[in-house]
Design a protein around this ligand. Sequence first.
Ligand SMILES: *Cc1c(COP(=O)(O)O)cnc(C)c1O
Length: 391
Amino acid sequence: MAEDYQLETLAVRAGIERSQFGEHSEALYLTSSFVFKSAAQAAARFSNQEPGNIYSRFTNPTVSVFEQRLAALEGAECCVATSSGMAAILACVMGLLKSGDHIVCSAGVFGATVQLLGNIMKRFGVDTTFVSGTEIAKWQTALTPRTRLLYLETPSNPLTEVYDIAALAAVAKKAGALLVVDNVFATPVLQRPLELGADIVIHSATKYLDGQGRTLGGAVLGKREVIYEGVFGFLRTAGPTLSPFNAWVILKGLETLRIRVEAQSASALQLARWLEKQSQIERVYYPGLPSHPQYELARRQQKGPGAIVSFDVKGGKEGAWRVVDATRLLSITANLGDTKSTITHPASTTHGRITPEARAAAGIGDGLLRIAVGLEAVQDIQADLARGLGA
Ligand SMILES: *Cc1c(COP(=O)(O)O)cnc(C)c1O
């Protein structure tokens, strides 16, 4: 599709390929395999002499529409869809690395990413060094001659730290490594890492891309030679591909991505400003507040601060649990990116399995709460929190 269209146009139009029936909405192709006209055509497809679908573990027309649409939104040459966000990260490292390779990763990444890179990949001879993402010098010091990937998430979970993508892209380039950015929190509506110099973008489509908490999905995006040769090569053989049904659900989610993310980000800013004024709250972590340490960088790098707000409640775990348990509206669940606002106590859930020392080092206190702001009225969310804050 002509790339001079704006993001909102691409979100509803990119990738459509109509069947002979001329359907308006994107067709859902629930089929595991595809039929050939002849033995010769089958052979041509299998030998790559003729483009086309063979089997849905490799490609599927509904999945392809999702891939092309997300590629258009991220400004990527190529996109491959995966069964979940973790499958996207797995496909990225399994497709691009080999035993003996090294990864430098920001410490503030999704818990399962820490497990995957720090423990599972280590068993296959791929070592990961975790560094404080905000300090460029720490990344530089961690580099070794075998470093192949720099990996980060920005804004980070749950403290919303913002890392300098352009500066780290320069570090990666100099080291002959690829920069991978997990763009789940910002989405292409607020941040396009490839334009800032990143080589690969990772998505958990489970979050904002679906946006309504219905399915799992993921994607890896970047240059064709990296994504098609490396990542897709692993994926089509190993199998964690996206199902056509889930691709269809997420594809329809993309159509409303911009209005959801902009509205949720605007509500989050309002909520963060209100939280900062509450006496029971020690500190608010939100890139849209001037008190945030990377406020200026976030303004430069992102079109908006995003919909995740974290804050420290006075009174540690008891204070935080009191707020959680007093809610009637917010959902107590670890998911995020939904139209329904969610509240999580990271120290006892998403980050509950790491040692208290490691938690403290990561800045995740016992009083910390994370809210993923949905589409409800901000005043209703405030009233829900005010009860537990004893306001
Ligand atoms: C949820 C999430 C993932 C993993 O995605 P799944 O779809 O749950 O596998 C990766 N990164 C971030 C930032 C996430 O929030």
